[in-house]
Design a protein. Structure first.
Length: 136
């Protein structure tokens, strides 16, 4: 009986986890919206790169497909590579499906070893490995 209850509880947890929205989606949505508008003021709060609409296109929708967390040596910073599948409207008007890997990073807050700063988008590259356009 205990095993059956544990199995049911596990299945329910998996069902809720698979239906929930990943924590990366809100930041990615903000990033793509600010990039689409070329809003550099909004971007500087959340990213050190941009996704240039007149060069790379506009992300119209995306889905997070995989997340890999990496803790840097010494534990002072950490990053995660977030793989997404995205519909991109190219500058020529054509819409294509692409795979991107978005790197998000954060550091420990100054003078506090128990608290982390917020996540920032520090890189975005397509599946073939071409880097994003750096902000100037």
């Amino acid at each position: 009986m205990r095993i059956a209850r544990a199995l049911v509880a596990s299945l329910i947890a998996v069902a809720f986890t698979s239906c929930s929205s990943p924590g990366e989606e809100p930041l990615l949505s903000q990033f793509f919206a600010a990039s689409r508008l070329r809003d550099r003021t909004a971007l500087q709060e959340i990213a050190s790169v941009s996704f240039e609409p007149n060069v790379q296109g506009i992300i119209t929708r995306f889905e997070v497909t995989h997340v890999v967390l990496v803790v840097e040596a010494g534990g002072e910073s950490e990053s995660k590579d977030v793989s997404i599948s995205a519909a991109v409207r190219l500058p020529d008007g054509q819409t294509v499906q692409k795979i991107f890997v978005v790197t998000m990073s954060r550091r420990r807050t100054a003078g506090d070893t128990n608290h982390w700063g917020g996540w920032m988008i520090t890189a975005i590259k397509d599946a073939s490995g071409s880097p994003s356009t750096p902000r100037s």
